[in-house]
Design a protein. Structure first.
Length: 319
């Protein structure tokens, strides 16, 4: 049993808070039923995200969900909150701007593995480095699904697809290791086939103060039959075979590397891999240096007496 197991008990065992928030509050009235392919792992992300909300005590009016392009992009249509459907690879900069403008908003970004680790890879690494206070859920099905089955950054070497008919000659990216090396302060992996763990991990990620990255394994039965359903899986916090400290960066790196190797060998490992506590988020750092405005930008819109500044009033002239 991992020595860090007890660190995560509080969220998983929590009851709904006094607000009495119900998960169904996050089911929209206009498009309540998701239209992903039957058997798609994206259903598991939606279910886990709805289940996490009562545990963190957030209402739809307190949440912004920013999505990218792809099958995962429809998540904001099936989840009732403030939503922004961005373009390929750009969910994170939109989410960052929203969080800086309205720090009291719970900001969640979501996208696919091609969107997050490929097209938006630059935004991923720098958002992690800066430790923006938000949760980033990456639907990892090792394929480009919406565009009908092209090789993605997480497709295994040798994987045959429309764009690599003779098999991919490239090694896949290592999402967990990439997040850790970039500077994410919470890194976890879960899977659609493990709904209880997925709900607990998303709740922890949302409550984490800093950039929380969740690599969410989502099977694609239509375009990536090789990946099957990511079963059987092993929770590294519940197995006696894996013993590491999630607060130790070196131990986390070792366990991540082992996990990423094992996935392509048929062993699915999930769980929490790294948790950094006490580090200030980007917004907190800006506030500490006096660069963040005392009145958040979003609040100014509700103050009819606020006198707006222009940029040249805020910045000194270049000398």
């Amino acid at each position: 049993m991992s020595q860090s197991t007890n660190v995560f008990g509080a969220i998983g065992d929590a009851q709904e808070r006094e607000e009495g928030i119900d998960r169904e509050e996050f089911t929209p009235g206009i498009e309540p039923q998701a239209t992903w392919c039957p058997g798609c792992g994206d259903f598991g992300v939606l279910k886990a995200l709805k289940g996490a909300m009562p545990e963190v005590g957030r209402t739809p009016e307190e949440v912004l969900l920013v999505t990218g392009i792809g099958c995962s992009g429809k998540l904001s249509s099936y989840f009732d909150s403030y939503g922004f459907h961005s373009i390929h690879g750009r969910a994170l900069p939109v989410a960052r701007a929203a969080k800086l403008a309205n720090p009291g908003l719970e900001v969640i970004a979501a996208g696919g593995d091609g969107d997050g680790y490929g097209i938006g890879g630059n935004h991923f690494t720098h958002t992690a480095r800066e430790n923006h206070d938000m949760t980033y859920i990456v639907f990892n099905n090792e394929i480009f699904g919406l565009t009908k089955g092209q090789t993605s950054p997480t497709s295994p070497k040798g994987h045959e697809s429309k764009t690599q008919p003779h098999g991919s000659a490239k090694d896949p990216v290592r999402p967990l290791s990439m997040a850790l090396s970039a500077g994410a302060s919470y890194v976890a992996r879960t899977a659609a086939v493990n709904p209880q763990q997925a709900t607990e991990i998303l709740a922890e990620a949302i409550e984490h103060d800093g950039f929380a990255h969740v690599d969410f394994l989502t099977q694609c039965p239509t375009w990536n039959k090789d990946a099957k359903q990511y079963v059987p899986y092993t929770d590294v916090q519940q197995s006696e075979e894996y013993d590491f400290d999630v607060h130790d960066r070196r131990e986390a790196a070792r366990m991540m590397h082992e996990t990423e190797d094992a996935l392509y060998e048929g062993t699915v490992l999930t769980g929490r891999y790294f948790v950094e506590e006490g580090r200030r988020s980007y917004g907190a750092e800006k506030a500490a240096t006096g660069e963040a405005p005392e009145t958040p930008l979003a609040e100014r819109y509700f103050d009819p007496d606020y006198e707006w500044e222009r940029s040249y009033d805020l910045l000194d002239r270049h000398r």
